[in-house]
Write a protein that binds this ligand. Structure first.
Ligand code: SF4
Length: 236
């Protein structure tokens, strides 16, 4: 993937320093062909309908609609945020509005597009009232939907945006600053996971955009190593 030009939204600060990261990524597991495309389509539809009907936590009473996610149903990249906000709840799509536009710009900076090669979802599928933080029992009730999404998507890499998403996916209360800059792994497939800031936070705190750009370049390098390793394996 050719390096994309740094978007102006991420270049309000000085140029990002060279990366000096530890914890190199492990080779990703091979994709298992466990379902046909027809079966996968049926499972996606089932998931969509279950989320639409879901009453497993109290958020169903205050949401407009469940928001499953957006993007191609097989994607190498999976971006995961916290929960739908007011606009997402209204439109039924994650990361729309100003934060969504910034996320799109961040993704474009590393050659990604929500409509072609990245799937975007949230930990919670329903909006918490007044955008409050998700409660543990809500995350516990909702996380199986995301696990099923991941099983269908089989992403090569996950990008957790924001403290809430990162902490809930990784089962930790460590601050975001301690979770950035290294490769974590998620779920049965041990999918590599990189952490960065939530675009809504970056809109409020533009001084941290430079660090977000470091994270994105790091995630891109992890992905490139993963795919290069797979290509080398296929050639040998
Ligand atoms: S947040 Fe998740 S578990 Fe709770 S009602 Fe919505 S879809 Fe169901």
């Amino acid at each position: 993937m050719a390096p994309a030009a740094t978007p102006s939204v991420l270049t309000t600060e000085a140029p990002a320093p060279a990366l000096a990261r530890s914890d190199p990524p492990a080779a990703g597991p091979r994709r298992a062909s466990v379902v046909t495309s027809g079966e996968a389509a049926a499972q996606w539809q089932q998931l969509l309908e279950e989320v639409r009907r879901c009453t497993l936590c109290r958020l169903h009473a205050t949401r407009t609609q469940g928001v499953l996610g957006v993007g191609p149903r097989r994607a190498d990249w999976l971006v995961i945020g916290e929960a739908p906000g007011a606009e997402e709840d209204r439109r039924g799509e994650p990361f729309v509005g100003a934060a969504g536009q910034l996320l799109d710009a961040m993704l474009r900076a590393i050659g990604l597009d929500r409509h072609t090669n990245v799937y975007i979802a949230n930990v919670l599928k329903s909006r918490p009232p007044n955008n409050r933080d998700p409660r543990p029992e809500e995350v516990e009730a909702c996380l199986p939907y995301l696990v099923r999404q991941i099983a269908l998507l089989q992403p090569k890499i996950m990008l957790a945006v924001g403290r809430i998403a990162a902490q809930n996916l990784l089962g930790t209360d460590a601050p975001l600053g301690r979770l950035r800059g290294r490769v974590h792994h998620f779920g049965e497939r041990q999918t590599p996971l990189v952490v960065t800031y939530h675009p809504a936070y970056l809109l409020r705190t533009p001084g941290d955009k430079r660090k977000a750009w470091e994270d994105l370049k790091f995630a891109r390098s992890v992905y490139q190593q993963l795919t290069q390793g797979a290509a080398d394996g296929n050639r040998s």
